[in-house]
Design a protein around this ligand. Structure first.
Ligand SMILES: C[S@@+](CC[C@H](N)C(=O)[O-])C[C@H]1O[C@@H](n2cnc3c(N)ncnc32)[C@H](O)[C@@H]1O
Length: 214
């Protein structure tokens, strides 16, 4: 679903820094060779994640949902010296591709990549986190949020992707609500009511919910 008219979207992208060559290659490779390429953050959202990372200069980032590694590479761009992105994915089939692209992008030594269910891996990771990017199975968004909030430093950020769920969050009243849509609705409501964070929902791509820990 496009949230902006196509001409405006094209104008926005024309006035956003270009996609680095290695990410163009990874984007193409994912679209040709990997199932569900729409899951990849892509040029515009990728530049936003890189920009946020540059603004924060984080020491420690947690990403839940590596997929082919696109957003992890973007997030690594703004790391402080000696900083790391810790990224988790349950899909071991993509491991070789992901590691190859981390190496080609020159960020292999800044990214720690874990394979397995995020709910099991997160409790084993070092913290505090300056920034967390939640972008995995939507049904677990609330569990991830609860699990990481205590591990985010005060003033740190949790960004959650796909919170507009292709517009289904507002179309949901028109019929039967599927379980993923219900999970996204519950999650958005939960964050909105959580006094431990300030939050803003950005209507970018499929929706990014940014929460700042107070
Ligand atoms: C939307 S994709 C991530 C896209 C990536 N962040 C990007 O922007 O390029 C979601 C990923 O979450 C992973 N995933 C799903 N359930 C998971 C779980 N329980 N633990 C860890 N990863 C999971 C999937 O295997 C998939 O690769």
């Amino acid at each position: 679903m496009d949230f902006l008219p196509i001409e405006l979207q094209q104008y926005v992208e024309k006035h956003t820094s270009g996609e680095p060559e290695i990410l163009k290659k990874l984007n193409r490779d994912t679209h040709v060779n990997v199932l569900k390429p729409r899951m990849l953050s892509g040029h515009f959202q990728g530049r936003l994640l890189a920009m946020i990372s540059h603004m924060l200069r984080p020491q420690r980032i947690l990403e839940i949902g590596t997929y082919t590694g696109y957003s992890a590479i973007c997030l690594a761009e703004g790391l402080a010296d000696g900083g790391y992105v810790h990224t988790i994915d349950v899909n071991a089939e993509l491991e070789m591709m992901v590691r190859r692209y981390f190496a080609e992008a020159g960020v292999a030594d800044k990214i720690k990549y874990y394979l397995g269910p995020a709910l099991e891996i997160i409790p084993t990771l070092p913290y505090p986190f300056d920034l967390v990017f939640i972008d995995a199975d939507k049904i677990n968004n609330a569990s991830y949020f609860d699990l990481v909030l205590d591990k985010v430093r005060p003033g740190g950020f949790i960004i959650t992707d796909n919170v507009l769920w292709s517009g289904k969050v507002v179309a949901a009243g028109n019929g039967k609500i599927d379980k993923d849509t219900q999970a996204v609705l519950n999650f958005n409501q939960k964050v909105q009511q959580d006094f431990r964070v300030e939050n803003i929902l950005l209507p970018i791509r499929d929706g990014l919910l940014i929460a700042r820990k107070i």
